[in-house]
Design a protein around this ligand. Structure first.
Ligand SMILES: NC(=O)c1ccc[n+]([C@@H]2O[C@H](COP(=O)([O-])OP(=O)(O)OC[C@H]3O[C@@H](n4cnc5c(N)ncnc54)[C@H](O)[C@@H]3O)[C@@H](O)[C@H]2O)c1
Length: 408
């Protein structure tokens, strides 16, 4: 629809300022008791937030991830003022809002985009639709935290990034593994080894991502409401060149292993455009196999497999000449359990060989990413998983499937 939310937001702001400058003086004379209230409200609308103000927040999508992860997490954080929810299935939206004492319930993200009270929005929608939802919100001037993937095509991702570059709103993508305290500990050691050269040359990186049951160890007490109302169909936003019969497996591969590639890029220091596809070799299911990448000058392999294992089978290992660093992912929704970290050093300079397990600070990566989003909104600091960075993941997945499709 030809609706410019950014225009509405700035018009609301403009009206408030005009009211303050032109009309408030005469209201003060005619209705003296009203003017302090109006003055306070208009000042709130026209003043920039201070560093200690809670972020005026809303959330789009009361599906599984919204209800079991992000809505409870954001609602629990003291610097989040949770003002509104949007859900296309309105009864579901009302039920979830009542649970967390959220006062406004909207039927779609478009109503959130038009609400001048809201400055930042979390989004978890169907993966082919959430890029468009985020883009509409960014156009309206709202900062956005969204679930991965940012987009399922470069066309959408580039359009989103253009809105970010030309506007005032910022976009963070929910790659929660970058906020896991175990992964951060590994990265600290990795950077120290690279800087000092103490373990020799960085040789190789490997991510083993065989999945399993991602809900293993989840909290059974988190309330969850179901809805029998159908969801509206999500648009097909896959790349134009991708044949129709490859679209389901492309979406499956992208939505799962985007985490693994994004994490390897983080560890190896690809801060933009330093990753190249060497070779993808996938089974006819389009997901199981090997993907070889070159990331910031280091060869890296993703071992992908969709298993029926009970827990979560994923680890990442970074090899140097004189040792390795390894992080093993926890089951994703198990709270307060970060990735575990092991460090192997070979026998050198008279020191005996050792394998040490280091214990990271207990944390839940999804809550850490929510904290990071709110803190960066106020501080202006760059997001650790920004839209600019994430565009690279979208590009790599198009490259992988271009190659897989061509070699059929
Ligand atoms: N980071 C992770 O570990 C992780 C894990 C699972 C899923 N995800 C991502 O989370 C996203 C959501 O997954 P899910 O399982 O919660 O999906 P879901 O289908 O359960 O939930 C999506 C919700 O959005 C609502 N919705 C759709 N369009 C809307 C609109 N325009 N306005 C308001 N509401 C709208 C739907 O009615 C539904 O309730 C996916 O993109 C997926 O990739 C991430």
């Amino acid at each position: 629809m030809g609706f410019e939310f950014g225009v509405i937001d700035s018009r609301a702001f403009g009206c408030a300022r005009q009211c303050k400058e032109q009309y408030l003086p005469s209201i003060s004379q005619e209705v003296p008791w009203l003017s302090p209230l109006l003055y306070a409200e208009i000042s709130r609308m026209t003043s920039p937030a201070s560093a200690s103000d809670p972020v005026r927040f809303a959330y789009v999508g009361c599906g599984f991830v919204g209800q079991t992860i992000h809505i409870p997490n954001f609602a629990s954080l003291p610097n989040c003022r949770f003002l509104a929810l949007a859900e296309v299935r309105p009864e579901l939206g009302r039920e979830v809002a009542a649970r967390y004492g959220i006062s406004k319930v909207y039927r779609s993200h478009e109503e959130i985009a038009a609400d001048p009270d809201i400055e930042a929005v979390g989004v978890s929608g169907p993966y082919s639709l959430q890029g468009k939802i985020a883009e509409d919100l960014l156009r309206a001037g709202k900062h956005v935290f969204m679930e991965k993937p940012m987009a399922v095509s470069m066309r959408r991702a580039e359009s989103m990034l253009e809105v970010v570059r030309n506007g005032s709103a910022r976009l963070m993508v929910g790659y929660m593994k970058r906020y896991d305290t175990g992964n951060l500990l590994l990265k600290k050691h990795l950077e120290a080894w690279r800087a000092s050269g103490e373990c020799g040359r960085l040789l190789f990186a490997r991510n083993h991502g065989f999945c399993g049951n991602w809900l293993y160890g989840g909290d059974p007490n988190v309330p969850f409401s179901q809805s029998s109302a159908p969801q509206p169909p999500a648009p097909d936003e896959c790349p134009d060149w991708l044949p129709a019969d490859r679209r389901p497996s492309y979406l499956g591969f992208l939505q799962q292993w985007t985490h693994n590639i994004n994490l390897l890029r983080f560890f190896l220091g690809d801060d933009g455009g330093k990753t190249r596809l060497v070779q993808a070799h996938l089974d006819p299911d389009g997901m199981t196999g090997l993907t070889v990448l070159e990331i910031n000058g280091t060869r890296a392999v993703i071992e992908s497999g969709m298993t029926k294992f009970d827990g979560w089978d994923e680890h990442t290992q970074i090899y140097f000449e004189g040792g390795w660093l390894k992080t093993s992912a926890p089951p994703l929704v198990q709270k307060e359990i970060p990735a575990s970290v092991e460090i192997y050093r070979s026998n050198h300079d008279g020191c005996p060989a050792s394998i040490v397990q280091e214990l990271p600070t207990p944390s839940w990566s999804y809550r850490e990413e929510a904290k990071h989003f709110l803190a960066c909104i106020r501080s202006g600091e760059a997001f650790r998983s920004s839209a600019e960075d994430t565009l690279n993941d979208v590009r790599i997945f198009e490259d992988i499937y271009r190659q897989v499709t061509a070699s059929r």
